[in-house]
Design a binder for this molecule. Sequence first.
Ligand SMILES: [Zn+2]
Length: 331
Amino acid sequence: MIEPAVLPWHTQQWQSLQGARDAGRLPHALLLAGRAGLGKGRFARRLAASLVCTGRTAEGDACGQCQSCHLAKSGSHPDLIRVEPEAEGKMIRIDAIRQLSGKSVLAAQEGGYRVIVIEPAEAMNRAAANALLKTLEEPASRTVLILVSSQADRLMATIRSRCQSVRFGVPPRAQVMQWISGMTQDADTEALYAISGGAPFTVLRAAEEQWLETDHALLDELAQLKQRRSNPLAVVEKWEQRPIRGVLDGLKRCLGDLVRVGQGLPRDELCHPGQHGDLQSLAQGIDLTRVFRYLDDIMNVERGLVSNLNEQMILEGLAAQWLEMTRPGGR
Ligand SMILES: [Zn+2]
């Protein structure tokens, strides 16, 4: 387990849980919920390390020195159990959860808590979720289950209701900007903040994956197609050279901005405030209800991606749809 980082926007959640622990009121099950990019997984690792440590610091963090901490760091602590999909985007299956209930009936072996982290919790398939429910109904003593989810609304209501929810929100802008300035050399932090919606790790991801560059290219390509200045096949060829999820995410941001511009929202609510003028001309003459429908279609495509649809066909379909909705005089 990697040394957990202390993040400034986690202070309140951290102190509240440490207070509950000190008072002997730590819940058996926690649901760390909030949008992606807020460091919930790091919080879970920090908390898990703290719960198995036998000599906490004044802030409640793992000491890093005791036998438990050494075991935790080497990833071989018997009371620290992590459940995750075998690969990103895959489901957590019932076997992984069944093994867990077998383990959790034993008392914690190292004198601290037994901690089970399930991340991302929404990756549990239905059978796995039902199996987990049984574990939640018969909690073992000194066992803490930590569910981490960026899409908590996709969890079964019966699971949510048995967990104490720990909410994570987007931190104040000034706090994010200060933290970001220490994390990236990228000069365009204002634009990166806007494009990522303010979640700190999403800002870093946007810098790493060059969202600004690809979105600007995408806006340009959409304008060229609208004005019939580019061959759609040539544009699709360019899209094919990027990861398809990146193209879809970029389209969602750009079209989302078209909607916001069309609705007259202020610049600072855009993903691309610097492209406000371009977006205004792009939005001209386009029916907003069709943009909403286009966004729905993109989300449907995303859901279908796991079933191996032909990427080229998807991108050609999206380019054709854009051409159709920007047809001069067309509705
Ligand atoms: Zn320790």
